[in-house]
Each structure stands twice: as C-alpha cells, then as structure tokens.
Design a protein around this ligand. Structure first.
Ligand code: NAP
Length: 297
C-alpha cells in the first residue's frame, strides 16, 4: 500500500465559524492542522472540539493576532519550524462598525483582512515552497463587489469617511488582488481565493458591530448556510485536483466565480502589492525587502 505523507495545514481564525469547520474537515481526512488564533481561551476550546469531532489528535495551536506585526512575525517563526506547509488558509476576517487601528497603525479591516495575511504569507514563503504541492487559499467574499470603483489608493486606510461595508468590501477586494499578484509571483504555488457563501458563523458578533449593521447581520442566519457548508469551498481548494493545478482564480461553490470589474484590473494587483510591501517592510526589524528573492533576505 503506498505511503501517503501527512500534510501540514495552517488555518488562521480557526477557532470559530468557517475556519473551525475547515479545520475539522481537514483533520478528519488525516491532515496535521495548525490553528492560528488571537485568543488562547477560544483556541483551547476549538482544539478540543476539532480533535473530538475529527478523531485526529494531530492538531495544534499557534498564537496569532493579525492586528499586530510582532505577533505575525512570532507566529511565522513558530510555523516555520514545521519545515513544510502544504496548505495555508488565510481565513480570519472581520467587519467593524467603527473605525479603529491595529497596533501598527493601519485601519483594522484593511490591516487584519489584507495586510496581516499578506505579511504572514510572505514570511511563510520558505516552508510553503518546501512543500510538494503547496497551496495558499485566501477567504475573500462576494462583498468585494461593494467596493464600487475599486480600491482608493489615495486613502487605503479609510481616514476620510468610514463606512463599514465599504471598508470590508475593499479589504475583500484586496484579498482578490493579492491572490492574483501572488499567483503571478509564485508560479510554483497554487494560490486561489473564494467566497464561502452567506454563512451563519461568529462573523460580526462579539460587539464588532452596532446599530443597523448589527441588526442586519443578526438576521442573516435566516438565509444562511451553516458553517460546515460554508467551509466546503475552502476544503475543496485544499484537497481537490483543481485546487492543486489551478492558480490565481476566485471560486464560489467549487466553481470559478464572477469577479467585480475592479477586481480584474491588473494594474491594481500590482499597485496594491507595491503599496503593501512599502507599508509592511519597515515593520520588520531590521527592515527587509519582503518580496526580494527567497534566500536574499
Ligand atoms: N460569514 C459569512 O457569511 C462570510 C461571507 C463571506 C466571507 N466570509 C469570510 O469568511 C472568513 C471567516 O469568517 P466567519 O464567517 O467564519 O466568521 P467568524 O466565525 O467570526 O470567524 C472569524 C475568525 O477570524 C478571527 N479573527 C478576527 N480578527 C483576528 C485577528 N486580529 N487575528 C487573528 N484572528 C482574527 C476570529 O477570531 P476571534 O474568535 O478571536 O474573534 C475568528 O476566529 C472571514 O474572512 C470572512 O470575511 C464570511
């Protein structure tokens, strides 16, 4: 009987919702799953849940707060000790009623949903490229359509008029642009993004939203998928042959989905990449060219 190597799968924000169910499904098929979470308490509960439901004890936690570059660097260092990372699922995400800033001074939605994941991914280049068939999966959203007109490169931090849906939509559009550009720059890695569906999860709970936005999102369970169904496209991209062969695409329900017109602007893929690297590089100590060729950093 051929020996199938156990894969290392890293999932951000896997203590809740779609990420938690993705972790259960992948652990159940025999992957070694590492969940990256900002709350030690919530991670501990999720760890026991994933082990119990999957029947797989090879599940671990790495602390990660995507709103703090020091935490991202320390998580990347710990994750790199795995040697290889076969699948990285950038799943964590949030929408906030009020504007706030990360530890590093970025608008939080943009900072967590896009910049934090971009930094984590770039810092994991070495273990990703050491894997046989590496995959990066970015959980974006159909909400990227809300970013009518595309990214505002004059105000990426939304300092002028903050609107939660616009800030969220732009952060999800940034996930799509990042997917396109990373796929071009790392041709030996399958890089894809997805919309999971409208999912009844922990999304926008815990005081993240107030007023009409909270009321609207609380009504969503009436029309939503459960979290396990919401994990289906992430699991498909992590396990299927198309998820290994195809790169640089946006998926909805296991099929290539339709992108909003601004998401198809190649010049914005490149501009977001350059701007993001410029924002992130000084946070490295000493500053480094984050997108320099591997081995030269
Ligand atoms: N639910 C939907 O209908 C829907 C639709 C389209 C796209 N999505 C996307 O799906 C992804 C998963 O969301 P979900 O619906 O499963 O919501 P969820 O249950 O709220 O899960 C989000 C996860 O992200 C984590 N997170 C938030 N901020 C973080 C930070 N600074 N550092 C590390 N982790 C952080 C949360 O941790 P805590 O538990 O500590 O808060 C939680 O584990 C998100 O990217 C979301 O944008 C969801």
């Amino acid at each position: 009987m051929p020996c199938v190597a156990v894969r290392n799968v890293v999932i951000t924000g896997a203590n809740s919702g779609i990420g938690l169910e993705t972790a259960v499904a992948l652990a159940a098929r025999g992957d070694r799953v590492v969940i990256c979470c900002r709350s030690a308490e919530r991670a501990a509960v999720a760890l026991e849940d994933i082990r119990a439901r999957s029947g797989n004890d090879e599940v671990a936690v790495v602390p990660l707060d995507l709103a703090d570059s020091a935490s991202i660097r320390s998580a990347a260092a710990e994750l790199s000790t795995l040697g290889t990372i076969d699948v990285l699922i950038n799943n964590a995400g949030l929408i906030l009623s009020s504007r706030s800033e990360t530890v590093d001074g970025f608008e939080t939605t943009f900072g967590v949903n896009h910049l934090g994941h971009m930094l984590l991914t770039l810092l994991l280049e070495s273990p990703l490229r050491a894997a046989r068939d590496p995959r990066v999966i970015n959980v974006a959203s159909v909400a990227h359509w809300f970013a009518v007109g595309g990214l505002d490169f004059d105000d990426l931090q939304t300092t002028k008029r903050y609107n939660p849906w616009l800030a969220y939509g732009r952060s999800k559009l940034a996930n799509v642009h990042f997917t396109h550009e990373l796929a071009r720059r790392w041709p030996d890695v399958a890089v894809n993004c997805l919309h999971p569906g409208s999912v009844n999860s922990g999304f926008a709970r815990d005081g993240d939203t107030t007023g009409p936005l909270e009321v609207f999102l609380r009504a969503m369970p009436l029309v939503s998928l459960d979290a396990a169904a919401g994990a289906a496209t992430s699991v498909f991209l992590a396990t299927s042959d198309p998820g290994r062969r195809i790169t640089g695409r946006y998926w909805v329900r296991n099929h290539i989905g339709r992108l909003a017109p601004p998401a198809r602007r190649r010049e914005d893929d490149e501009a977001l990449w350059e701007t993001s690297v410029t924002l992130l590089a000084p946070l490295m100590d000493p500053p480094v060219a984050l997108d320099a060729p591997l081995g030269s950093r």
